[in-house]
Design a protein around this ligand. Structure first.
Ligand code: FES
Ligand SMILES: [Fe+2]
Length: 373
């Protein structure tokens, strides 16, 4: 039996203290995706984000609104009330709120006392996504929303999906930053045996971590071999995994037939926006948008790729849920050993920890629950 030396265990535990994990307080001053735009309409949508219950809807003009899901009167969930025009009427005693979260009517009296309201959160719709800012309202700068034109460009065909993940968003980010698991966790779907050993390049910048892995030559799994027609052992598969913010990770891949001369190769591109929004420290809304720049008009290709890919993403969900349970039950003497290929993920987790520490040392920057803002 080989167990790590005391010195290695101590070093691992010291390193872990500088990395975000499932116990690290969540980061509030950041844009996260609250919903797909397609989820929001004139029905009330209840959703918990960063440990806070929200009610969301669209105004008659189509503007997304997100309010605290707790009536200022006696805490009835506003999501159990009803929309009346652009106002939200509480289902308990009928207090009426406008789309700013301000109370404009108290049915039991002729005049609504001033200064009653619930917090409204800043939202911004970009392509298929509705982003939300849960932190200090004064810092909600839309210019900080990661800009990804392909998410709404007609040069890309897209499909989207969602998983309710019973695991921390930190482990999801780490999973996405680590391409070595494809050969194992995804052995039956889009992983190939040569993937884990393929050469890679990492680029680590403040808040932006990139890992590129070149698997050349290889055989493409059916999800890409079939729609691209690159069926043999001479395919090139070059994948870049990119942490763009605590709320967005993007994987881009290109494929070509490397047996063809360079000037006759057609490059096929795919992209996947992996979008983790913490529901709580131990659960995550996992939104996904997948796109391709070929066979744009072919709905059967969209269906085929969607089915195959979401089967693979389901493998991550199952794996991370199992991992979360192990960590939840692990004792204080548990430790994890990192290896060289974990470098980008470790850097990313150190960044998340620093963001969390900075925010929570300074006070969370969030107004007290229920305060208007
Ligand atoms: S709890 Fe909402 S009106 Fe009383
Ligand atoms: Fe995976």
């Amino acid at each position: 039996m080989t167990l790590p030396s005391e010195a290695l265990i101590r070093a691992s535990m010291t390193a872990a203290r500088g990395m975000a994990d499932r116990n690290t307080p969540l980061i509030f001053n950041e844009w996260y995706v609250a919903a797909f735009g397609a989820e929001l309409d004139r029905d009330l949508l209840k959703r918990r984000i960063l440990g806070r219950n929200l009610v969301m809807f669209r105004t008659r003009a189509g503007i997304p609104v997100a309010l605290d899901d707790r009536c200022a009167h006696r805490s009835f969930p506003l999501s159990a009330g009803r929309l009346d025009g652009d106002t939200l009427v509480c289902g308990y005693h009928g207090f009426r709120y406008d789309a700013q979260g301000d109370c404009i009517e108290v049915p039991s009296q002729t005049r609504c006392p001033p200064g009653i309201g619930v917090r409204k959160f800043a939202t911004a719709e970009r392509g298929p996504l509705v982003w939300i800012w849960m932190g200090d309202a004064r810092r909600a700068d839309e210019a900080r929303i990661p800009h990804q034109p392909w998410l709404s460009s007609s040069d890309w065909a897209r499909s989207q999906g969602y998983f309710a993940l019973a695991a921390s968003y930190v482990t999801l980010h780490e999973n996405l930053m680590d391409l070595t698991h494809l050969s194992f966790l995804h052995a039956g779907s889009f992983g190939t045996a040569d993937y884990a050993r393929a050469p890679y390049e990492a680029k680590l910048e403040e808040g932006h971590f990139t890992l590129t892995r070149r698997v050349v030559p290889t055989r493409l799994p059916p999800v890409w071999a079939q729609p691209t027609g690159i069926l043999g052992e001479q395919a090139a598969r070059i994948t870049t995994s990119e942490f763009l913010s605590p709320g967005l990770h993007q994987v881009s891949a290109k494929f070509y037939d490397q047996s063809l001369p360079a000037d006759r190769r057609h490059e096929f591109q795919i992209r996947t926006a992996h979008i983790p929004t913490p529901e709580s420290q131990a659960s995550t809304h996992y939104f996904i948008v997948h796109g391709r720049d070929f066979a744009l008009e072919q709905d059967e290709v969209t269906r085929f790729m969607h089915e195959q890919l979401f089967e693979a993403f389901q493998e991550d969900v199952v794996g991370l849920t199992a991992l979360e349970r192990v960590l939840a039950e692990a004792g204080p003497d548990a430790y994890e050993i990192s290896v060289a290929s974990d470098g980008p993920a470790v850097a990313m987790r150190r960044y998340l920890k620093q963001r969390s520490d900075a925010e929570h040392a300074a006070g969370r920057g969030v107004r007290p629950e229920g305060a208007a803002g």
